[in-house]
Design a protein around this ligand. Structure first.
Ligand SMILES: [Zn+2]
Length: 411
């Protein structure tokens, strides 16, 4: 019977993946995340599968609302909830076969909330009304999805519309979403949508979607751990293999330090970040060890193995492996090293493909990479225990979202 656990209670392996498939293509594979991260990853995966089905329903609405098509789904953790209001107006063209084609004015108001997970979200409509000509329909409920990237997005909302006689209908609005100059205000347009409310209408609506928090978000996962001290020692392997690459890796260590300082001085709320540094050492007791390998799968650029102090979320020691060889340029080794050090500071991956902490080394990264405000803000949150002086009782958020007060940019 195995009853004893050694000091390493959890190990997380994150892989910065890199494929150089051919002379013309640099592609990559998603990171593999083991142990504790894995189970959470599966949860997300499951939820997303359910959501795909949700979307299928939305795209093939039945004529009448018979039963709720969209059950309450399990939602991923760290979801942020935003209030939403839609006000739009336009026209409704009656194109029913039995009716004479006629056009009426139409207005739509919707109230609800959006549950956002990164740039995707689920819309829950709580009420509203739709007016077509002099007929007023109340909107009882609705569910929808949105996806917004680079300030443009799509909206699909399924509504339960009730007429004056209490008869309920199902309709689907599909629309576009576009950010305006003002944070939290979006132009929306619902075009050429068919709406069944006894009659068949072609609805064209334009208006505004207003939220109390902007929708486009820059988020990054964490490993869930933090360090309990601020000077994190780093030992770079000393070996013949390392000889050609250690200077590149040392530069990545120095660049983390200088950007921690730059961010701390620019955003005074996080001035405590200037106390955090990666300190090169020759000691075997270093917190972070960087080793090199020229073996294994070429597509994997780097790997970080994390261990925690027993029964805590406090990092104990971390090993970063950087893969090197003739096909790895200095820029690739630098990018992989900078990325893996992000893991060593507790960062996970982000969905933002232009970010260093994206799990795939993108083609742009071959020209050189920079740390972003998202990366630095992420580290600030991982070390948010610091102003209180003690890591005791501190929980690292699983997902960190850049506040709208900090622009997403290179540091
Ligand atoms: Zn990674």
């Amino acid at each position: 019977m195995r009853t004893k656990h050694l000091s390493i209670v959890a190990a997380t392996v994150l892989v910065a993946a890199l494929i150089v498939g051919s002379l013309t293509a640099l592609q990559a594979e998603a990171a593999s995340v083991k142990t504790t991260m894995q189970s959470k990853g599966n949860q997300y995966g499951l939820t997303e599968k359910v959501r795909e089905r949700e979307q299928e329903h939305l795209q093939s609405p039945s004529r009448l609302w018979t039963k709720p098509l969209l059950p309450n789904l399990p939602l991923p953790p760290s979801l942020s909830e935003v209030e939403l209001k839609i006000e739009a107006e336009g026209e409704a063209k009656n194109i029913s076969r039995k009716a004479e084609t006629s056009t009426s004015t139409a207005t739509l108001t919707l109230d609800g909330k959006i549950q956002i997970w990164r740039n995707k979200g689920s819309i829950v409509v709580e009420g509203g009304s739709l007016t077509i000509g002099n007929k007023v329909y109340s909107i009882e409920s609705g569910r929808g999805v949105f996806n917004t990237q680079t300030k443009k997005g799509v909206l699909i909302i399924q509504l339960k519309v009730v007429d004056e006689e209490g008869k309920a209908y199902l309709t689907v609005l599909q629309g576009r979403l576009e950010a305006t100059e003002e944070a939290g205000i979006y132009n929306v347009s619902f075009k050429a949508q068919m709406l069944r409310v006894g009659q068949l209408y072609l609805l064209t609506l334009e208006g505004k979607l207003t939220t109390n928090t902007p929708l486009e978000t820059y988020s990054i996962n964490t490993l869930g751990g933090t360090w309990d001290h601020t000077t994190i020692t780093v030992k770079v392997e000393d070996s013949p293999l390392a000889a050609n690459y250690s200077s590149i890796v040392i530069k990545s260590v120095e660049d983390w330090n200088s950007t921690l300082h730059t961010f701390a001085s620019k955003y005074s709320d996080y001035s405590y970040l200037s106390n955090i540094s990666l300190k090169l050492t020759n000691s075997e007791d270093a917190d972070v060890k960087i080793v090199f390998t020229d073996e294994g799968r070429f597509r994997i650029g780097g790997e970080t193995q994390v261990s925690y102090k027993p029964n805590t979320n406090i990092f104990q020691n971390i090993t970063v492996t950087v893969r090197v060889g003739p096909r790895y340029t200095d820029n690739i080794v630098y990018a992989v090293s900078l990325h893996e050090l992000g893991h060593a500071l507790g960062l996970g991956h982000t969905d933002v493909s232009e970010d260093l902490m994206y799990p795939i080394l993108m083609r742009w990264a071959l020209r050189g990479v920079e740390l972003s405000t998202l990366d630095l803000y992420g580290v600030a949150q991982i070390f948010a225990w610091l102003p209180n002086g003690s890591v005791e009782g501190f929980t690292v958020p699983k997902l960190i979202t850049l506040p709208s007060t900090i622009p997403y940019e290179a540091v």
